[in-house]
Design a protein around this ligand. Sequence first.
Ligand code: HEC
Length: 339
Amino acid sequence: MDAPGSCEGALLAVGDAPVSSGDPVGNGKSGVAAGSDGGKPQTSAPKTANSSDKPVANPGATVHAGRKGADFHAELGREVIERTLALMDEAKSQEEQIHYALVLRWAHGWTPQQRERYFRWFHEKGARLSGGNSLAGFIRKIHTEAAGRVPDSEKAALAKWLAPLTSPAAEAVKPRAFVKAWTLADLEKDLDALKDRKPDLARGRELYAAAQCSRCHLFKDAGGNVGPDLSAVAQRFQRRDILEAIVDPNKVVSDQYALTTLTVIKFGGGEEQVTGLLQEETSGTIRILTDPFAGTSREFYHNVVKKKEKAAVSLMPPALLNTLTAEEVADLLAFLGGR
Ligand code: HEC
């Protein structure tokens, strides 16, 4: 995986601060790697605004440079911060967004507006990323560390965004009451009857999280990456196909998302079956995502894997819509850009 390595490089470029000692985030490399476990392996490394020819506000350099040098570095810092914030906004994957959040935590030369934009990200997006407790803890640590560097004079204005991030447990998806065991035919009929009603997009957005879609699917710039990106789903599919994919996920399972069952020889004897999404296979090892919600994966050496089978079952649970009313399904579809 490329992302953790480039993160570390960028980390060193920002402020030359020690990476392991005295770094409350711990080893940035393993932290990001743990977060990435929640999804498919990253294929491209994120771009970095601070290319290696331009060190970002290196505090060592400011000490030796005079007043003019300090101004210059502050200005350069502002510019780099601006560009990195823009990249963070545009970043598609959560790994990239986290990468920029990490890169920026030691940057110098912030304007108050830039700080607000940065810290807002943690509350509005960072705290909602999927990837389990280790990722949430990692993001909280980046936030705490960055917040610790805000000058006292700016703290009051930013109080709302400097407040600690709420833990995912506190925000955990509330269980919803059963409404109906929806079939495709029932849904189509009820949605047709609602076609003159104006959908509630804000409620659609809430339902995207409440019905757990966001834990696996990226939509625009938020959500998990266990399943396909749904940002353009309404352009790619008719309403019927979208509904069918949700009501009956096992009907069409693309190879990429089919579950794999491994029969492995346990250490000390015996066998064990492990089912999950095949995440990575190298010449020596095979890694399987066993719990997409918690982001837990397990890795085995090939020589302990006795059997490897494709299960024709989707990772996407069926019946997710059964706690939604027809109006709510209509709102969710409208949020996804469909009708
Ligand atoms: C546990 C993870 C998970 C959850 C939760 C989940 N999905 Fe999926 N979804 C997947 C996977 C994996 C696929 C690819 C499936 C396949 O080929 O079977 C998929 C496929 C889809 C597709 C077809 C997209 C395509 O490009 O082929 C749609 C539409 C979809 N999901 C919508 C939803 C909606 C809406 C929700 C919330 C009600 C949801 N999903 C919840 C994992 C999930």
